[in-house]
Write a new protein. Structure first.
Ligand SMILES: Nc1ncnc2c1ncn2[C@@H]1O[C@H](COP(=O)(O)OP(=O)(O)O)[C@@H](O)[C@H]1O
Ligand SMILES: [Mg+2]
Length: 348
């Protein structure tokens, strides 16, 4: 939503100014006790975290968890009710213009103009963000290459698939060389293959441009691409760590056994000190280091074992562990911002 009307006026987005004032900190985002209240709704409740420069950081949580509200505060589009946040070294409340100059933003709602080509959409954005004239062509080439759309640059966006349009929006968010790129549910509504492509784009941008990426998702599996994940639920961070560490904290692997006599095996395993659950078709043993324990488990069961399967915790298990329930499914709605489209079309 890099071009939301009203929220960002072009004059505030002068990227041609020298950026020498960027403080050389290693933290791209610093958030301390940040809160946002809408009337009775505490959308974000005292969240604190920091993101290193060049990190891919994910907010994982169900609809209504407070992900978009957090992004809006970090992008200066919503005023915090309490707490502090710095982005690219600048305070989001006291230095909003500086923050806006250093960030790229792709929101849930699509804001491309269908009746312009990919290149024209980018050019429009370059003007809005005052990318210096002599850099525009080079930058457009570069971002189109970053999302592998250089062959489609002269095609109308109206002919693009949903995935291509989303990737073009991400390219647009990178056009003015932001130091932090915010992506709000970038993969909502995309098929798995397109989601994987988008992740390739994101990781390529981090590698080649050194950009810090803050994104939100409610898909468990894709949070694993992130360097670190904050699990957010009801406006609060309930866990924050690397994907591996989060899974590790959930501790137990589940070793599933199909045996000749589950009742006998269950008794013997319990007697040997294992935590066992008997399901209709199998036994499930919860233990740290499941693979290393398999031999001892089979031996302790003392009956013929027909099948063994070790199940390592997934992020679903992690979410369940921290929140006591399954993540609610059902992606956020995406809609096209009609007023902006109308306005952009009239400009032609
Ligand atoms: N502008 C707003 N006015 C009132 N309530 C809002 C507004 N924006 C968000 N909320 C509420 O704040 C909570 C968090 O919303 P949001 O940040 O959009 O969650 P998420 O992006 O994780 O789905 C929800 O209960 C939502 O209804
Ligand atoms: Mg949201």
């Amino acid at each position: 939503m890099t071009a939301t009307p009203g929220a960002l006026s072009p004059g505030e987005l002068d990227t041609s100014k020298p950026l020498t004032a960027v403080p050389q900190r290693s933290l791209a985002i610093e958030v301390s006790a940040l809160s946002k209240r809408y009337g009775e709704v505490q959308a974000v409740h005292s969240v604190s975290f920091s993101v290193e420069r060049g990190e891919v950081f994910a907010f994982l949580g169900p609809n209504g968890a407070g992900k978009s509200t957090t992004i809006k505060m970090l992008c200066t589009l919503a005023r915090p009710s309490a707490g502090r946040a710095r982005v690219a070294g600048f305070d989001v409340v006291r230095q909003p213009k500086a923050v806006r100059r250093h960030i790229g933003l792709v929101f849930q709602d699509q804001t491309l103009d269908d009746q312009l080509t990919a290149e024209e959409n980018l050019r429009f954005h370059a003007v809005l963000y005052r990318v210096p004239h002599d850099q525009v062509a080079r930058r457009i080439d570069r971002v189109l290459r970053l999302v592998a759309l250089e062959d489609r640059r002269r095609d109308l966006v109206g002919t693009f698939s949903g995935g291509m349009a989303r990737r073009l929006e991400i390219a647009r968010g990178m056009l003015h060389t932001p130091s932090v790129l915010f992506l709000d549910e970038p993969t909502v509504g995309l098929d798995p293959q397109t989601r994987a492509l988008m992740w390739e784009d994101v990781l390529r941008m981090r590698r080649e441009e050194g950009v810090t990426i803050f994104l939100t998702t409610h898909y468990m599996d894709e949070a694993e691409y992130a360097d670190r994940i904050a699990i957010i639920d009801h406006g609060q961070i309930v866990a924050l760590d690397t994907p591996d560490q989060l899974k590790h904290q959930v501790a137990a692997d589940a070793v599933e056994l199909v045996t000749a006599d589950d009742v006998v095996a269950e008794q013997r395993l319990a007697a040997a000190g294992f935590q066992v659950r008997r399901d209709p078709e199998r036994l499930v043993i919860f233990t740290a280091n499941g693979e290393a324990q398999v031999a001892r488990i089979v031996e302790s069961a003392g009956v013929a074992v027909r099948n063994v399967h070790v199940h390592r915790p997934t992020l679903d298990d992690v979410f369940l562990h921290y929140t006591g329930r399954q993540i609610r499914e059902g992606p956020a709605e995406r809609s096209v911002a009609m007023p902006l489209r109308a306005r952009m079309t009239r400009r032609r």
